[in-house]
Design a protein around this ligand. Structure first.
Ligand SMILES: *[C@@H]1O[C@H](CO)[C@@H](O)[C@H](O)[C@H]1NC(C)=O
Ligand SMILES: *[C@@H]1O[C@H](CO)[C@@H](O)[C@H](O)[C@H]1NC(C)=O
Ligand SMILES: *[C@@H]1O[C@H](CO)[C@@H](O)[C@H](O)[C@H]1NC(C)=O
Ligand SMILES: *[C@@H]1O[C@H](CO)[C@@H](O)[C@H](O)[C@H]1NC(C)=O
Length: 282
């Protein structure tokens, strides 16, 4: 009897731990996801470095091949973005830094560094969250399966995802968003990969935003500091660094206007981690 109970407990605890620490060999392994060379050297200012946020993805559309959404690379085959970004989407670009030039170079205290040319990928499958509803940004999350595997480099690498569906962000944690949208209302698209410092706000600050309140726990409310997100940054990753390993905690889905005074709504990635894992295939 005691042995029987013991086995039962073991089974239950295994099930519980499987639920709280999802793993998948289809996600980028924790041993190398989320690392960027930028963190290995001291920086003199807060502009984006050429090898910073190498998981940043540009989404291109059918009529003009323009970038109208952003996303993140989470494995050799998958990009994470918002479901609102899927219409007319035809492909993605990885490894860009300066949108106006194909091969980008920057000067720093060590000399000139040039990135590899941008890489274009076609999309094999668009996977929209089955419960996505456009109005109120409900479950505004999607995966893109690329037509072929991505080769990683200094400028193209995957970001880590949360390891637990209940993972919570600590208050005051420094967060960043990176995307390719406009620099502000009525302003041009950014030339350089954006780096936006972002702070978590209590949910009350987003009261009145048009989101589906019955799934309030699936959203995050954030404020931006200097640089801003705007049109074209939809689907952009919200990121936090833990001892230089970067993890994606959110996806940008809604802003009333591009102004800094208005909070932004992100979908909480930890809330969808099981859906993400079950949607991936080899
Ligand atoms: C981006 O590339 C263009 C074209 O090569 C160049 O004129 C511009 O200075 C670059 N921008 C930055 C910030 O390096
Ligand atoms: C930031 O630092 C880099 C290298 O140290 C320099 O090339 C660049 O001009 C600086 N940018 C600003 C806005 O000061
Ligand atoms: C915005 O883009 C237009 C068209 O490419 C260009 O003529 C204009 O100079 C740009 N404005 C700024 C502030 O860069
Ligand atoms: C860089 O950070 C400083 C202080 O944190 C801020 O005043 C400045 O506006 C920032 N610059 C940019 C381009 O974000």
């Amino acid at each position: 009897m005691i042995i029987y109970l013991g086995i039962l407990c073991l089974v239950i605890s295994e099930e519980l731990s499987a639920q709280t620490t999802p793993t998948s060999n289809l996600l980028a392994p924790r041993t190398y996801c989320g690392y960027q060379h930028t963190d290995d050297y001291p920086r003199t200012n807060n502009s984006t470095s050429i090898d910073e946020f190498p998981w940043s993805v540009q989404l291109l559309y059918s009529n003009d091949k323009e970038i109208r959404c952003s996303g993140s690379l989470i494995s050799r085959r998958y990009v994470l973005t918002a479901a609102q970004c899927l219409n007319d989407l035809i492909g993605v670009q990885l490894g860009d830094y300066n949108v106006t030039s194909d091969k980008d170079c920057t000067k720093n205290q060590y000399g000139t560094e040039c990135s590899d040319p941008v890489q274009y990928f076609e999309i094999e499958e668009k996977i929209e969250h089955p419960a996505y509803i456009k109005i109120k940004s409900a479950h505004d999350i999607a995966l893109l399966r690329l037509a072929k595997d991505v080769m990683y480099s200094e400028y193209i690498r995957p970001i880590c995802l949360p390891t637990s569906p209940t993972e919570e962000l600590s208050k005051g944690k420094q967060l960043f968003t990176t995307g390719w949208g406009e620099l502000g209302e009525e302003l041009n698209q950014t030339e350089i990969k954006k780096k936006v410092e972002t702070t978590l706000l209590p949910w009350e600050k987003c009261d009145g935003m048009p989101v589906e309140l019955s799934i309030k726990e699936s959203f995050l409310c954030l404020k931006e500091k200097h640089a801003l997100t705007c049109h074209g940054d939809g689907g952009a990753p919200l990121m936090s660094s833990n001892r230089n390993q970067w993890e994606q905690v959110g996806i940008l889905v809604y802003k009333t206007t591009c102004g800094a005074k208005k909070p932004a709504i992100y979908v909480k990635v930890s809330h969808y981690i099981m859906w993400i894992i079950y949607s991936l295939r080899p």
